[in-house]
Ligand binder design. Sequence first.
Ligand code: SF4
Length: 104
Amino acid sequence: MGGRRPRPATARPDVVQCPEPDLPFGRAVVPGRRPAWRSEMRVVVDYDRCEGNGRCALAAPEVFMVREDQAVVLIERPGEELRAKVERAVRVCPRQAISIVDEG
Ligand code: SF4
């Protein structure tokens, strides 16, 4: 008997497959909603304040590391999935050296 029925492109009519070829396979765009992997968050460190104690790297090791007694931002525009960790880094920085700039 016949094989499997072909799967529809999407189960939700309000979700369309992203037409941009450089995006990861399987990503989808919901019209009118910002894609979650398109970060609008930019991480900024004020190096005049940073004392290199590394608390940010403990809070968000994907985003920060410490080299030569200064924080290094590994991902300037981390994805939204890292926002909570970056916000924790902002909170634990004793020098208030980290800012999140939301760019829209
Ligand atoms: S927590 Fe603040 S002071 Fe410490 S390394 Fe990170 S940015 Fe610098």
